[in-house]
Design a protein around this ligand. Sequence first.
Ligand SMILES: Nc1ncnc2c1ncn2[C@@H]1O[C@H](COP(=O)(O)OP(=O)(O)OP(=O)(O)O)[C@@H](O)[C@H]1O
Ligand SMILES: [Mg+2]
Length: 416
Amino acid sequence: MSRNLFDNLLHVKSLFRDRRALGHAFNPQNLPHRRDEISALVNNLVEALRGHAPSNMNLYGRPGSGKTAVTRFVCRDLESKGAAEGCKISTVEINCRNIDTKYRVLAEIGNRLAGEGDEAIPFTGWPADKVFDRVRARMQARAGVHVIVLDEIDHLVRKGSEGDDLLYSLTSLNIGLLEGGAFCCVIGISNDLAFTEMLDPRVQSRLAPIDVVFAPYNATQLEDVLKPRANKGVKEGALDDAVIPLCAALAAKEDGDARRALDLLRISVQQAEQNEVDVVRISHVRQAQNQLEFDQITPTIQDLPLQQKLVLFSILINERNGLNNISTGEVYGTYEMACENAGERPLTSRRVSSLIRGLDMAGIITAKTTSRGRHGMSKRINSCLPPAFDALKVMRSAEPVMDVVVGARYRLQNKL
Ligand SMILES: Nc1ncnc2c1ncn2[C@@H]1O[C@H](COP(=O)(O)OP(=O)(O)OP(=O)(O)O)[C@@H](O)[C@H]1O
Ligand SMILES: [Mg+2]
């Protein structure tokens, strides 16, 4: 009888109890180590339950510091308390990475607040004033407090005047809404502490937000974040005692990112499953860490422009030849040969220096400037890719010309 391709995997015993508990979309019931941040939101938003307008807020913090999770957690309780107390409260959460123009944000708010028989606002095409009037009319018709959460708002603010214009409009909404017994409060969430400095001073002063800073989690705190989620997500006895502390310690080094800690744990469990063992061990966490690094770096290397790939190639092949602290001159010599093999005209050494700086900023290499006394300044260039990561292979499969370049022979300077 022919076997089905899925038979093998289907019969592997899963180590997960509920994989979703370790996923990004899961909303935990409890958020350890975010008590102060939750209190700051609750102390302000309680005004909505008292029939007053809460202040606007700005929440800042590194990726994975719990900003979105905390805001959802508080808004969920605010809405249910509002319903229990007969207060009209609606919350609208918008992610400005996906919905990234003033028009689209206002249209989205208008559509989420649409009542029965209200016309849908199209994605594009209406005059801005018309969209704005509908939003105001719908807020007034619903009355009560409207909490507008603009998550990842820095994406909008970086786009010219879109952010300024939107926030100006939203803050001016209150003026027209007050007569209708409605209020609007804006909660902006961003990674960038300097975000309000990018705003027009008029918008800043109208917004007058309460700032809440989310500090990164440390390793011990991340352990407390992971434990309840692991209890829910992973079968009892399936985790070696050292696994959670290692995931937490590794993620603490990555700016205390709770998302990273959860990804590490989830992928470690997957690795153990694939190896068909009953217990997740630290070796699986190491494998997960490698996989995550590879997943992050691969697209960065693939998407480098050809000239930058040629420069990176020139650095890597010298390293393979045993050189380290490579100078710009050494890179340039190899780069010229690589260009010839690629059929490309070499750029000037000044341009190549700026491509080297670009690779440094992307975290692929480090280029330290050192003084060579009266010979001027020189760079010491080293790659900083994970040891097991084969960047040459990635570049080779990314574009045919790089296959030719990597496959060619080079005369390189030998290790001294
Ligand atoms: N204190 C916590 N307890 C449990 N899970 C948490 C906690 N803090 C964060 N998480 C989880 O970590 C992940 C990342 O958190 P969240 O999405 O809130 O980060 P963020 O600060 O919004 O990051 P970004 O700036 O990248 O949007 C989510 O899965 C979230 O549920
Ligand atoms: Mg977020």
